[in-house]
Design a protein around this ligand. Structure first.
Ligand code: SAM
Length: 333
């Protein structure tokens, strides 16, 4: 192969230069940060030249070593400086990348021609984002997703629910939980949703109607403390999921809150309604007036549940935000 026209790349490279000499490289020594060529490297290159060009046909004119910066992914750096677009980079090809130089040279020329002519056409002659210098600018870390207690409940309960199951929303409120419960159990299943407020059930009904879910739910304007009397007897011990979202109706009257005595009665009833393997999830709100008493009583009841019958866990706020609501889970063994 006539070397005056081609770059030879075989682990190492031989690049012809305009003055008739060739450049050969490279060897690497990760442990030597100096720019002094080492004997082993020189020997390795000599053997490569003997093999490719024939021994006695060449001699070293200059031997150089250096510390070479590298880029992540080993992509070259081609394109305008992100803050000073009049500065253009065309660098970082390294030995292997040298074969890409003609391609990127053409791409850069096309980019520059369009960039200086019609700004609207820039897109058509755009450079690959992987090679743009702007890739080195650190982007602000995207905001971590907000931790929401009711989402934790939703994902855990959805993991346990199947089509055809029975579920209870003990505090329907604006109907968000009733909706995803009804979707999860499907037309073959059923959700019983409770609230003491007519307004809450009206909103829940509207939501279910809108999503064509009303036929798979029964809305009861009853306190959840009536669970044992209002859930049909044949379903006792058959419920897969029961969800309580304590506190007051968002957007409603803040004094109409769940109360510890009725909450505890309803929680006790829930355990007899669950089927083996079924889950009860309770989201606790620690901040509104009267909330702490309810939280304390629920937690004391929760911590005294017989371990041989129930598996329990608490999902605290990940940053231990004490004013944030958080869920507790009880699974019937
Ligand atoms: C935090 S909200 C529920 C939010 C609801 N899960 C949602 O998705 O919008 C609490 C609800 O519990 C209701 N509530 C209060 N005491 C109740 C009781 N004894 N039985 C049933 N619901 C009750 C309130 O009327 C209020 O709508």
């Amino acid at each position: 192969m006539p070397l005056d026209q081609h770059i030879l790349l075989k682990g190492k490279f031989i690049i012809p230069r305009h003055d008739g000499t060739v450049q050969v490289g490279a060897t690497y020594n990760w442990n030597d940060p100096t720019d002094i060529p080492d004997a082993a490297g020189i020997q390795e290159l000599a053997a490569f030249l003997d093999q490719e060009l024939g021994s006695g046909t060449w001699e070293f004119e200059q031997i150089r070593a250096g510390v070479r910066p590298a880029t992540a992914g080993a992509y070259p750096v081609v394109g305008p400086h992100p803050k000073h677009p009049q500065l253009i980079a065309f660098n970082g090809f390294g030995s292997k990348g040298s074969l890409q130089i003609p391609y990127f040279a053409e791409a850069l020329i096309a980019f520059l021609e369009v960039a200086t002519a019609v700004p609207a056409d820039k897109e058509q002659a755009s450079l690959h984002t992987e090679v743009l210098p702007s890739r080195f600018i650190k982007k602000a870390a995207s905001k971590p997703k907000r931790w929401i207690a009711t989402n934790v409940v939703k994902s855990e309960i959805l993991g346990a629910l199947s089509k055809g199951d029975l579920a209870i929303d003990a505090t329907a409120g604006n109907g968000h939980d009733t909706q995803w419960l009804a979707e999860a159990v499907g037309p073959a299943g059923h959700v019983f949703a409770y609230d003491i407020q007519e307004q809450a059930l009206a909103i829940t009904r509207e939501r279910l109607e809108k999503h064509q879910l009303l036929s798979q739910a029964t809305l009861l304007q009853n306190g959840h403390e009536t669970l044992l009397e209002t859930i049909p007897q044949q379903h006792h011990g058959q419920i897969t999921a029961i969800v309580f979202n304590l506190g007051f109706l968002p957007g409603g009257v803040p004094t109409l809150i769940t109360k510890s005595d009725t909450t505890i009665r309803a929680l006790k009833a829930s355990l007899t309604l669950l089927k083996p393997g079924g889950t009860l999830a309770v989201t606790l709100y620690p901040t509104h007036t009267g909330a702490q008493e309810e939280v304390d009583l629920v937690l004391s009841w929760f911590h005294n549940l017989p371990e041989n019958q129930f598996e329990t866990h608490i999902e605290p706020h990940p940053q231990n935000n004490l004013s944030s609501p958080y869920p507790i889970f009880i699974k019937r063994r």
